[in-house]
Design a protein around this ligand. Sequence first.
Ligand code: GLP
Length: 265
Amino acid sequence: MRVIITPDYATLSVAAAKVVAELVRRKPTAVLGLATGSTPLGLYRELIRLHRDEGLDFRRVRSFNLDEYALPPDDPNSYRRYMHENLFRHINCPDGQWKVPEGHARDLDAAAHEYEEQLREAGGIDLQVLGIGRAGHIGFAEPGSSLAGRTAVVALHPTTRADAAAAGHFPNLDAVPTRAVTMGVGTILESRACLILASGKAKATIWAQFLEGPVTAQVTASALHLHPNVVAICDEDAASCLHDREQYRNAERVLADQPLLPTAI
Ligand code: GLP
């Protein structure tokens, strides 16, 4: 795993966008896995800037989002709406080429299964972008999820619901859905590469558990240690509980000329 510590959120966002943009330039038909939450907002802003100012072309890119609340797609809090507002309405990726799991189907299980099929038909994900929840989760693969899990309907952890309410996305805790549809850890591990991001002091404890603790279903992000191509980027605040900070810095100095993503993608 490559671990990169940046001075602040702005540099983290630019560094993450560089990884995504390099892939899209090298492989214009790249299949991206995308995440929501506040952490990737700066990455999306930078991708929009690169599209506008440098012609970064998303015309042939496809994407699959990690997860969706059990909400109608046009609900203001749906992740579909988030992706449209924060990325896709600003770039040239045609509608229909970017997908978010169906959170409001009559048969959510069947829709989750169908999502996996669509992913397989697209040839799998080249690069999966991830944030980390305070419960240590990726997507909505909450503590205790199977590390081999596939896209499925899940119950949200109380911490995750409280964080969603506290972030002001929902009027109160009761308005936060109790269920969601998410890629499983097994789905995520099949991506050809992963880019996980964390910013801010509120993530420092869980970021250290993820990077320096055991691989455990209680911190589903820790399963990324079983993946050969992971880039983990955090800012100084999120890095503040890491024991091995100097070694990560040293490794990045030594490996500065090594590509972050495998060139075979
Ligand atoms: C939710 C999302 C995750 C995200 C997490 C952290 O649980 N399903 O994909 O990583 O929130 O969000 P934030 O980046 O706002 O801290």
